[in-house]
Ligand binder design. Structure first.
Ligand code: NDP
Length: 335
């Protein structure tokens, strides 16, 4: 762990890459919810707070999100060695070779992302989901080749099972290819199994790094959905996000909201906001390399970034109190 100004930096798994403990992603917001000018403000706030990793994907707003991020980076003129930018391949388009993890789509998606983001290489490139229609060897070889060509620096997976990640490592060892460095899983107070149990061997066996998505469960862990109604301007109100609205204000959310209410009290007692408590809880896990934050307003970025300074307030006693409220610790089977 390294500190620079007010940010904490962690190694991405066993690699030498230093990634800010809080990073910034554009899912839902860029190209759908906010203007390019607002996206620019948010990225600058994050960068000025020490964020060095900006996350994206070919599917976000069908490429528009990468175009916006590329414009902001280009205009900012930030030194190339001061930030990391990613893309993810899987959902490129509707035609057969515009999706999945075939060599053809992996290579073409990389080229298209480089263009949209206006960079010469992607720092991180993720397989957005596993593809049962492509042999893992084909995908590993395509990613490894992109690294050899200098178009990608580190590659990883997102929502792959532990078994699939192990298989990618086995293939890489067998053919002397570059293995995946990191995985991008969902991890938050309500979604724990994969990071805490399923991947547990991978942290030591292959030195897996993790770039966590939805650390605030899309906003549920900010308390903004406690009334059971989606607040004006929130992502739950966006057209086409009905599936998410259901998770945030539907029946599924009721039990969680009861817990969120009690977590609010814990946050208040230790002098934190609820989003800071929830983000801090994610960062307390030593296997988390970075938590990807999302935001649609400047106040959210400012509040979230203060989590780093507030981390010492989340003591072991506080973690224990949270555990009792959550009552969802996934169990490891030990004989
Ligand atoms: P979060 O769970 O942290 O949700 C972020 C949203 O919560 C914001 O856009 C905002 O929504 C609300 N919010 C954030 N901070 C605050 C605050 N302080 N107070 C009140 N509301 C707040 O993360 P995301 O779901 O956005 O995921 C983060 C990133 O992870 C994405 O941008 C993307 O890069 C990545 N990701 C990857 C996935 C994958 O499959 N690999 C899947 C999903 C995300 P609102 O506008 O409603 O206020």
């Amino acid at each position: 762990m390294t500190r620079y100004n007010n940010m904490e930096y962690r190694r991405l798994g066993k690699s030498g890459l230093q990634v800010s403990a809080l990073s910034f992603g554009s899912w839902v917001t860029f190209g759908k919810q906010i203007s390019e000018a607002d996206a620019e403000k948010l990225m600058h706030l994050a960068y000025d707070a020490g964020v060095n990793f900006f996350d994206n994907a070919e599917v976000y707003a069908r490429g528009q999100s990468e175009i916006i991020m590329g414009n902001v980076i280009q205009k900012a003129g930030w030194e190339r060695d001061s930030y990391l930018v990613s893309s993810k391949v899987f959902w490129g388009g509707d035609k057969p070779n515009q999706k999945g993890l075939s060599r053809k789509h992996v290579v073409e998606a990389c080229h298209a992302a480089l263009k949209r983001l206006q960079v010469e290489y992607l720092d991180l490139f993720f397989c957005h989901r596993p593809d049962v229609n492509t042999p893992i060897e084909e995908t590993v070889r395509a990613m490894s080749d992109l690294i050899t060509q200098g178009k990608v620096l580190y590659w990883g997976t997102s929502e792959w099972s532990a078994q699939e990640i192990q298989a990618a490592h086995t293939v890489a060892r067998q053919y002397n290819l570059v293995p995946p460095t990191m995985e991008q899983p969902q991890y938050n107070m309500f979604h724990r199994e994969r990071v805490e149990v399923e991947y547990s061997r991978l942290y030591t066996d292959v030195g897996l790094g993790t770039t966590i998505w939805s650390p605030l469960a899309s906003g549920l862990l900010t308390g903004k959905y406690n009334s059971g109604v989606a607040p004006k301007g929130s992502r739950a109100e966006i057209d086409g996000m009905g599936w998410l609205r259901e998770k945030l204000v539907g029946d599924e959310a009721k039990e969680k909201v009861e817990k969120v209410n009690i977590l609010s009290e814990i946050a208040h007692e230790v002098g934190l906001s609820l989003p800071q408590l929830a983000l801090g809880w994610v960062l307390k896990n030593p296997h988390v390399s970075t938590a990807l934050t999302g935001a649609s307003r400047p106040e959210q970025v400012k509040e979230n970034m203060q989590t780093i300074a507030a981390l010492p307030k989340i003591t072991e006693e506080v973690m224990q109190a949270i555990e009792e409220v959550l009552a969802n610790k996934p169990q490891m089977i030990v004989f």
